[in-house]
Design a protein around this ligand. Structure first.
Ligand code: LLP
Length: 380
């Protein structure tokens, strides 16, 4: 990626840099890779809610997967059509449900029977009917980090398969809800399509079973999870959307007229963003050399929280390569971006880029240590 270094020198660091042209290219690839018009992509806003990016994503025609009232409001403020918003999450508050119903969102992804009852009650009180997709826990191992695996039997998400029949019946009894679909999500940063193919098989079996009982669905939602190449962001700036969608086209038996929904977050925005930080000090230890930078785990928590790798580049250095532990200023020993990072010789004042940070970066920033939140710079 070509970084506008002169612009960077004028900005207060640390900040997130977003390359809108790469985002457009990514969205273009999504739209061109969709096998047909029954495939609908919702952007999982939890990955990044920067308003400049939301505008580009809306222009590309995507809907939104929201997980809070705040995200629903941000989607509405950004001009997304309310009917293209789905609202997910295990703990929706009454206030959030009211906001969603008042706005006329497309549907709720419902995660439990008590949640279904509350939505029905609030919808009835408001004189509306809520469209419901039931989130099913398909018990599939997505082979990803255990903090971001969501489809396994023992986690808090979704309705267990044994309870599903009962909850489907419940939908028919409750006056304020209409069952329109099934929803699944098996995890995040999945770089192999095999778990998605397995998910399709589960869905095929479930659909057949429900059809034999006279239950059909207008839509199937397969969640998100497509991974990106953190190691080689320049070689693979745009994920293989075609291969991903084709895995569903080849394995999922969609019924005539049925819509297939996706909730993609990381794969849409990760590669267009980098965290730009300035080197404060280079400190020599006994066996290590530390590059102490002005960004910390408060600005990008992924390395500290998930042992995640973000490629680091020295954008302004000129010397030979050397190894550094790149660390932040926070009073926590986990505030390390990378050990033994091989970088062009680093000096005080150099600018480093932590690549592939457009997803789950800026949005997960915190004010721990009473630090300022990182800024952002968006380039056309
Ligand atoms: N749908 C549901 C129900 C989800 O739980 C998620 C992500 C997505 C869609 C979007 O998944 P994606 O396409 O981005 O993989 N903070 C972590 C990732 C947490 C993902 C949570 N759920 C990270 O930095 O890796």
């Amino acid at each position: 990626m070509n970084f506008p270094i002169d612009l960077f020198r004028k900005e207060r660091t640390p900040f997130y840099y977003y390359d809108k042209s790469l985002l457009r290219q990514t969205l273009d690839s999504i739209n061109k890779s969709l096998p047909n018009s029954s495939y609908k992509v919702h952007y999982a806003m939890k990955a990044n809610a920067n308003s400049h990016l939301l505008e580009v994503i809306r222009q590309a025609g995507l809907g939104v997967d929201a997980v809070s009232g705040g995200e629903i409001q941000a989607a509405l403020d950004a001009g997304f059509d309310a009917r293209k918003i789905v609202f997910a999450g295990v703990g929706k508050s009454d206030e959030e449900i009211e906001l969603a119903l008042g706005a006329g969102i497309g549907n709720f992804n419902v995660e439990s029977e008590p949640e279904l009852e509350v939505i029905s009650e609030i919808a009835s009180r408001m004189g509306v009917v809520a469209n419901i997709a039931l989130r099913v826990n398909p018990n599939i191992d997505a082979h990803t980090h255990h903090y971001i695996t969501t489809g396994l039997a023992e986690n808090k998400f979704g309705i267990n398969l044994e309870l599903l029949d009962h909850v489907v019946d419940k939908c028919r009894e409750l006056p304020g809800v209409e069952l329109v679909g099934l929803h699944f999500h098996i995890g995040s940063q999945i770089t192999d399509n095999a778990p998605f193919a397995l998910l399709c098989e589960r869905i095929n079996a479930l659909q057949a079973e429900f059809e034999s009982k006279g239950v059909t669905f207008k839509s199937i939602n397969v969640g998100g999870g497509l991974g990106i190449d953190y190691e080689n962001p320049d070689a693979n700036p745009v994920p293989d959307f075609k291969g991903y969608f084709d895995a569903f086209a080849a394995n999922l038996k969609l019924r005539p007229g049925q819509e297939l929904h996706f909730e993609l977050g990381r794969s849409v925005v990760a590669q267009c963003g980098s965290l730009i930080t300035k080197v404060l000090y280079v400190k020599n230890g006994t066996s290590k050399r530390f590059a102490i930078v002005d960004a910390g785990m408060t600005d990008l928590i992924r390395p500290a929280l998930y042992q995640a790798y973000h490629k680091i580049e020295n954008l302004t250095g000129t010397g030979a390569k050397a190894k550094y532990d790149v660390v932040g200023p926070i009073c926590e020993s986990s505030d390390v971006f990378q050990e033994n990072a091989e970088l062009t010789e680093v000096s005080r004042g150099d600018l480093l880029a932590l690549r592939s940070a457009g997803a789950y970066g800026e949005i997960m920033a915190s004010r721990y240590n009473l630090r300022r939140l990182p800024g952002s710079l968006v380039n056309d």
